[in-house]
Design a protein around this ligand. Structure first.
Ligand SMILES: [Ca+2]
Ligand SMILES: [Ca+2]
Length: 179
């Protein structure tokens, strides 16, 4: 998308907004497509909301679960190469795994090993593996996005500490489309 198109998109969003007139952390979630945002929020409320809607605890659970999933995926990938089961990955183990892998995967395995081996001793220790997993978790759901998700609570118009789909829609759609 070119600069002009981006500007036009941002202006359209600005015009389309109801209560959410101020720029803020939520902009990251709303992006240029309020309908997509509302669909995502509807799923989030259905999955993590309580009887009255999505609470701060529900948002925290969602953030933690998304990050845990990404962390587990990264750590599982490393642990599946740990042939002697000591919880760490060394160069010999990496080489055996690379020989068994497709040629196209070998470079990626090398890159991931080097990225995880923070102290450059040729071994990914348990501590380094966990740290690598934490980095993967933050790549999957970064602090900016977490801040934006937490800012959803600012849409709680009736002050019951829970955000409903209607409150989300009211915030991002013109008044006549928000029901
Ligand atoms: Ca090992
Ligand atoms: Ca190391």
């Amino acid at each position: 998308m070119g600069r002009l198109a981006t500007m036009a998109g941002l202006m359209a969003i600005g015009l389309a907004r109801g209560a959410l007139a101020q720029a803020g952390p939520l902009d990251l979630l709303v992006g240029t497509d309020p309908d997509r945002f509302i669909a995502r929020m509807t799923d989030l409320i259905a999955g993590f909301g309580g009887p009255n809607g999505l609470t701060a605890d529900g948002i925290a659970d969602y953030i933690a679960l998304e990050r845990a999933g990404a962390r587990a995926t990264a750590m599982r990938r490393m642990l599946s190469m740990d042939l002697d089961g000591d919880g760490a990955l060394d160069r010999v183990e990496l080489a055996v795994n690379q020989r068994a892998a497709k040629a196209s995967a070998r470079g990626r395995m090398e890159r991931q090993f080097v990225a995880a081996d923070s102290d450059r001793d040729g071994r990914v220790s348990q501590v380094e593996m966990l740290a690598d997993g934490q980095r993967a978790a933050l790549r999957a759901l970064g602090e900016d996005e977490a801040d934006a998700l937490r800012a959803l609570m600012s849409l709680d118009r009736d002050g019951d500490a829970a955000v409903t789909r209607d409150e989300v829609a009211t915030a991002v759609l013109p008044v006549d489309q928000a029901t």
